[in-house]
Design a protein around this ligand. Structure first.
Ligand code: ADP
Ligand code: MG
Length: 304
């Protein structure tokens, strides 16, 4: 797959944002890249809350050796080529910023084998120096990010404790699992398998992140009828099952997790007085609508 260096006339149309805030944002970007590469199996390893290292291994398409150097250049993406492509984006990424920003503030090691090439290749980047070569690798891609913010002490200082950063990563893993129910995602904290989803649909994904008691109580939403090409499926909790925060209110729009306060408030209101104050329903709503009706041009963390 060819990686394009986007022209400024295109990238100025895309609202850019700082994509690397903490280990959780790195994990999200790496896993989304794996999914965009067609992976059906993704393993995530973090050490010391992801501050020491994050490794994401996938069985996706791999990267051609000759294209490898572009992965860490700014505005380099294989996912769009011209401005019109912005209207039909079906991939999770498209700005070509993530690996550039990540490699600017950490050590990055990529090992990959493109499905159509004979040999594997690696890229190692640190301190603005890049090394590329051949290596033995059987299929897919592994990207290891070590020592986050080692060269930006001011940002390193803003990282929370290891356990807090680990908690943020775990929260993102839940979202990635629920948003990509057909991808098997395994998550290892300090080499211990902590969560793993089977990749066989939303039910399996829900069962892998929620305790059985909660998973079994959720009500299935089976395609709410609507007339605007909109499909809504998912799971929602009955009034007697709730959390004391909104962390388990997940809305997926065409495969992207979005945060929409209006929707959250509308659903909360629908429970009316059946929910006490500070009690929040649990839901996973999967909304599918035509790509050309979605404005992807919001901040990269897709909040609005
Ligand atoms: P974007 O995802 O917005 O295109 P990134 O900086 O995240 O930008 O990645 C740059 C490019 O590197 C991608 O467009 C893709 O071609 C390639 N790439 C990154 N990760 C992977 C992966 N796991 N498998 C295959 N290709 C990848
Ligand atoms: Mg990306």
């Amino acid at each position: 797959m060819k990686i394009n260096l986007l022209d400024s006339s295109i990238y100025n149309l895309i609202s850019a944002g700082e994509v690397v805030e903490n280990p959780a944002s790195v994990v999200k970007e790496l896993v989304e890249n794996s999914i965009d590469a067609g992976a059906t199996n993704v393993s995530v390893y973090i050490e010391d809350g992801g501050i020491k290292s994050i490794e994401v291994i996938d069985n996706g398409s791999g990267i051609q050796k000759d294209e490898l150097y572009k992965t860490i250049l700014p505005h380099a993406t294989s996912k769009i080529k011209e401005a019109d492509d912005l209207y039909t984006i079906s991939t999770l990424g498209f700005r070509g910023e993530a690996l550039a920003s990540i490699s600017a503030v950490s050590e990055v090691e990529i090992r990959t084998k493109y499905f159509d090439e004979e040999n594997g290749a690696y890229l190692y980047a640190k301190n603005g120096q890049t090394e590329i070569g051949d290596c033995a690798y059987s299929a897919g891609t592994s990207i290891k990010v070590s020592n986050l913010f080692y060269n930006t002490p001011a940002r390193y200082k803003f990282l929370a404790s290891k356990s807090t950063e680990e908690g943020y990563v775990t929260k993102h893993i839940f979202r990635l699992i629920l948003a990509n129910p057909n991808v098997a995602i395994s998550y290892y904290i300090d080499n211990k398998l902590t969560y793993s989803s089977p990749g066989n649909g939303l039910k399996g994904a829900v069962e892998s992140v929620f305790m059985p008691k909660i998973a079994n109580s959720l009500i299935e939403i089976d395609d709410i009828p609507s007339d605007d090409n909109l499909r809504i499926t998912g799971y929602i909790s009955p009034a007697d099952v709730f959390k004391n925060n909104r962390n388990f209110q997940i809305v997926i729009l065409n495969g992207r997790v979005i945060t929409d306060q209006t929707m959250s408030a509308t659903i909360q209101n629908a429970y009316g007085t059946r929910l006490m104050s500070r009690c929040f329903p649990i839901y996973v709503l999967n909304i599918v609508m035509p790509f050309d009706e979605v404005d992807v041009n919001v901040h990269p963390n897709k909040k609005r």
